[in-house]
Design a protein around this ligand. Structure first.
Ligand code: PBG
Length: 383
């Protein structure tokens, strides 16, 4: 190795030094570069000539199995079935239906109309409905005490459905937001500065037991309070409802996609109020979803849910891989509204987008999907 002292002085204008004893003149470097370039160019040209049409040596041709509808049917990995669907329905204590503007085709239904929908669900083969009550403003208060009134529209509806359609599964929401004047899922602290966890859990336990007593097959806590699944399980068991299942909204995000639902049940949160982000999950977080889900599984959830669905496919997939119990996904009101709005503007094909949105949720790993599209998709699947 040449040391600094005995290294030859490099004259960049005349030569290139390669740190060996050899030096090349400019002319020689140019010559070599030229030869290399010509060589590469010739190789490329030869390859192109060969690839021009007939003589590709491709062994793997994935298109081979996409050639016809029957081939595609044969190799299809994911299918949507009617038995994957859960139909969310709104009921109010009024004799007429009120359509929800931001959710085309969805109404707050009278009890009679709700029963008509349940009959339709049964005829279509939809296994379950999820019932959400819309409570008149004057019956709401800060603690949501109307939730415990046995004559409220939710319990009346559940009793009627189970009487008429005993086979149809009824899922009820366990949360206080339909009943609270401030629209929160729980009870506020004395100073009104936060949604109190433990007092809310107590109220939720009562609510869940009352729903089970009315005949709900599955209670679905959607409130995101800590420790509620275990407490609800204990409360149900103590009241003799060991068979009532819990579908927990385990990874429920604080999402803008719930907007149309809040119009539907009239549970809009005031602008200056406490944010639901103090209990629902931050949309930035994925690992935290696994933590929430595992806690609910440990506490006795029978089914866990990810919500919303479409914008959270990564969460659905990682939850699916982390647990063995069934997984539900809720395609929420905003996802439904989005597809309707774009289709109305003529910007998206309504049916194809609808079906693709559900298929994607299933492919991500959901075993069942709560969706407002349920009846029309079930009707399409039947044909
Ligand atoms: C509230 C509840 C919400 C939804 C289901 N249960 C809204 C919220 O958390 O504010 C949303 C469903 C939808 O948007 O379709 N307990």
């Amino acid at each position: 190795m040449a040391t600094r002292a005995n290294q030859p002085k490099i004259r960049w204008d005349r030569m290139v030094h390669f740190n060996t004893s050899e030096s090349y003149s400019d002319r020689r470097i140019l010559k070599i570069t030229f030869r290399v370039c010509i060589g590469v160019w010739l190789d490329c040209a030869r390859e192109r000539l060969q690839g021009g049409g007939v003589d590709l040596s491709i062994l793997q041709r994935p298109r081979r199995i996409r050639r016809s509808e029957n081939l595609r049917r044969l190799v299809r990995e994911t299918r949507l079935h009617t038995e994957d669907l859960i139909w969310p329905l709104f009921v109010h204590a009024v004799d007429t239906d009120h359509s929800v503007e931001s959710m085309p085709g969805v109404s707050r239904r009278s009890l009679d109309s709700l029963l008509v929908a349940c009959e339709e669900a049964q005829q279509l083969g939809i296994p379950a409905v999820a019932i959400f009550p819309c409570i008149e403003g004057s019956l709401k208060n800060t603690k949501g005490t109307y939730a415990h009134k046995d004559s409220n529209i939710l319990y009346r509806a559940v009793r009627e459905i189970k009487k008429r359609f005993p086979e149809l599964l009824v899922i009820t929401d366990v949360a206080l937001d339909p009943y609270t004047s401030h629209g929160h899922d729980g009870i506020l602290s004395e100073d009104g500065a936060s949604v109190e966890n433990d007092t809310t859990v107590e109220a939720l336990c009562r609510l869940a037991v009352q729903e089970a007593a009315a005949g709900a097959d599955i209670v679905a806590p959607s409130d995101m309070m800590d420790g509620r699944v275990g407490e609800i399980r204990r409360a149900l068991d103590m009241a003799g409802f060991q068979e009532t299942a819990i579908m927990s909204y385990a990874a429920k995000y604080s999402s803008a996609y719930y907007g149309p639902f809040r119009d539907a049940v009239g549970s809009q949160i005031g602008k200056d109020a406490i944010s639901k982000a103090t209990y629902q999950m931050d949309p930035s977080n994925a690992r935290e979803a696994i933590r929430e889900v595992l806690l609910d599984v440990e506490q006795g959830a029978d089914v866990v849910m990810v919500k919303p669905a479409g914008p959270y496919l990564d969460i659905i997939r990682s939850v699916r891989d982390a647990i063995t119990i069934p997984l539900a996904a809720y395609q929420v009101s905003g996802e439904y509204a989005q597809i309707h709005a774009a289709a109305k503007l003529g910007w998206l094909d309504y049916e194809r987008t609808r079906d693709e949105s559900l298929l994607a949720i299933k492919r991500a790993g959901a075993d069942m999907i709560l969706t407002y599209f349920a009846p029309e998709v079930a009707a399409r699947l039947r044909n």
